[in-house]
Design a protein around this ligand. Structure first.
Ligand code: ARG
Length: 618
């Protein structure tokens, strides 16, 4: 039966799905209405695998005794072929123990699924992720690092969910500051073929300084005498000339002057080389195909203002165009009185493009939390004018996922020792360095699986560890909160870290390779989940697809980390209590290897949702 759009997707291989259906039917029969049975993992494995919690709340609503209601629901529930034991406990829980065969066949179907049991998406619309968002001629900073890592991870989650995903890099590649930089570089007769990002950065800052007329502006504002003004005007003549030059350059750029456009494209190229480099190092899928920056929308801005004016959503205010809101003072400025357009105007054009042309019914803006007001205004304005709808008129969800800042050990925004802002490259280099140091230190131990590997191999593993450390720290917490960037802690193989999970993965990989069995032979072994630790591990593995669905719904990437940590812990518990390589019985050995193989595959797939590679040896 096809899912109605309103019923949430549920993974077929998760036994909770079937339990939900059976208890839902029973509740309907007993209470005469539909209610969520609230099937949860059991709080204590001694009492069962799952518990059904709905009776308590339902009894309250119906004015009944919860235990009696639970009894009635249990009596009405068809448990054939799913649960081996079910009983009412405490104030009215129902504890449920699955039939072992159900657990085994569910696990087999997850193992056979190319999506690890994640059901295929039924929503034909696209998901749009606004990520990275670097600015041309400026060094990428840690904020852009977060926007890239988080955006890429969410994109991976939606890809795993089978959705069409657009990764949109809304580059700051248009406008006066860029024209100022360009004009300065041209004036200085720089060789554009040789420019580096540092050169662009310096020119950007230089151009800002060169054109600043702060004292003159102040003098005008405070109506200084004509003598003083004339003096200042003379002093600021070069600044005025530089600004004049920049404006001319901007006009040439806007009108498509081939020579200027070529030089402008070069600025983008120089900026983006470093971004692509960082994305490669970070295992983030981001390339030129994702660039749809401010310049892309330049010819649509007049149309934006037009549409807002025609619909009456915007009105003219002292020569400017603004969108007023019913619930707040602050209006949204979409055109300045000199006719110029703003960051918000471009974002309105982008919302329209993403919902209507890309057909996105979910658009997630992974952008610094400080832009909260901007997005609130832009989204509300888009809704007022009816631009938040997809092609078929579906109301799209527009979300600003505003992430927190990255702090140094002193709890202040991250700075280098000399007080400079950390550039992204410094940061990633240092992470790879630390990762390599940790891997090499461990490889010195003659018993380490990495002992004797070539230095280049150790360095490659070290880089993977360092990057995992950074990404995990970024993704495994509450995204909206600031976090302290502490490489020593992040790179450790113990604790709540990315390397801990990579290490857990490498350990399972080494068990599998030491077994001497081929992957095919292992995959043919039937599951035999006899021991409590095997059962606990299997039950957790079966929750994987639901966890991925939950991340898609909540955008809480930390759920992946939490899930994987528990997976690693349950694996360790299993491995301690159930001999695998040394199992006496050949069939037991093989079936336990099969459980190891599934755990490894799920761990690797989970790490891939973070874009973290899982080395075979560490
Ligand atoms: N370039 C902007 C910045 O560095 C970020 C762009 C975010 N995306 C957007 N659609 N406004 O602040």
């Amino acid at each position: 039966m096809a899912d109605a759009p309103s019923t949430p997707l549920r993974p077929a291989c998760d036994p909770a799905t079937e339990l939900d259906a059976r208890f839902r039917a029973a509740i309907h029969a007993v209470a005469g209405r539909d209610a969520d049975p609230a099937i949860r993992a059991s709080g204590n494995a001694k009492f069962g695998d799952y518990q059904m919690n709905a009776a308590m709340a339902l009894a309250k609503e119906l004015g009944k005794n919860p235990r009696e209601l639970a009894d009635a629901i249990l009596k009405a529930t068809d448990l054939a072929g799913i649960a081996s034991k079910c009983e009412v406990a405490g104030p009215g829980f129902i504890n449920i123990t699955l039939e072992r065969a159900v657990l085994e066949s569910s696990l087999a179907s997850l193992a056979a699924s190319s999506t690890f049991g994640v059901p295929p998406a039924t929503d034909p619309h696209a998901v749009v992720i606004d990520l990275c968002g670097v600015n041309v001629a400026k060094q990428m900073h840690v904020g852009h690092l977060r926007a890239t890592i988080i955006g890429d991870s969410l994109a991976r989650v939606f890809e795993r969910l089978g959705r069409k995903v657009w990764r949109e890099n809304h580059l700051g590649d248009w406008g006066l500051p860029i024209a100022m930089t360009l004009a300065k570089l041209i004036r200085e007769k720089r060789d554009f073929a040789r420019l580096t990002l540092d050169d662009l950065n310096a020119a950007y800052r230089g151009a800002q300084k060169e054109t600043a007329t702060d004292d003159l502006d102040a003098a005008r504002e405070f109506r200084c005498g004509p003598h003083r003004l004339a003096e200042l005007e003379l002093q600021y003549e070069p600044a005025r000339a530089a600004m004049e030059d920049a404006k001319k350059t901007l006009i040439r750029l806007q009108s498509g002057d081939a020579e200027i456009v070529r030089l402008w494209e070069r600025l983008i190229e120089v900026t983006m080389e470093q971004v692509y480099d960082a994305a490669r190092t970070l295992h983030c899928k981001l390339g030129a195909e994702n660039n749809r920056g401010e310049s892309f929308f330049r010819d649509r801005l007049a149309g934006v203002v037009d549409a807002f004016a025609k619909s009456g959503v915007a009105k003219s205010d002292r020569g400017a165009m603004v969108v007023p809101f019913a619930d707040r003072e602050r209006p949204l400025l979409i055109q300045k009185s000199d006719g110029g357009f703003l960051y918000a105007t471009t974002d309105l054009a982008a919302v329209r493009f993403r919902t209507f042309e890309l057909d996105g019914d979910l658009v997630v803006y992974v952008v610094d939390a400080r832009q909260r007001d901007h997005f609130k205004d832009v989204f509300d304005a888009a809704r007022l004018v009816g631009w938040s709808k997809t092609k078929d008129g579906t109301e799209a969800t527009l979300v600003h996922l505003g992430f927190g800042a990255v702090l140094g050990a002193d709890k202040k925004p991250l700075k280098t020792r000399s007080g400079e802002n950390f550039t992204l490259k410094d940061l990633l280099d240092e992470a790879c360095e630390r990762g390599a140091a940790e891997v090499m230190r461990r490889a010195a131990d003659p018993n380490a699986p990495t002992h004797g590997l070539a230095e280049s191999e150790l360095r490659a593993i070290g880089a993977a560890v360092g990057i995992a450390a950074v990404k995990y720290a970024d993704l495994s917490g509450d995204l909206t909160k600031d976090y302290v960037f502490d490489l020593d802690r992040m790179v450790a193989f113990e604790g709540d870290t990315g390397p801990y999970l990579q290490y857990a993965h490498a350990r399972i990989a080494s068990i599998l390779s030491k077994s001497g069995e081929t992957a095919e032979a292992i995959a043919r072994a039937p599951f035999a989940l006899a021991e409590p630790a095997e059962r606990a591990l299997a039950l957790h593995i079966l929750r994987y697809p639901q966890m991925v669905l939950d991340v898609g719904r909540s955008l809480e990437t930390n759920r992946v980390g939490l899930y994987l940590r528990t997976l690693a812990e349950l694996f360790n518990a299993f491995y301690q209590s159930c001999p695998v390589l040394k199992a006496d019985d050949a069939a037991v050995r093989l079936t336990r290897l099969r459980l190891c193989a599934v755990a490894r595959a799920v761990l690797a797939d989970g790490l891939s949702l973070y874009g973290i590679v899982a080395p075979e040896r560490m």
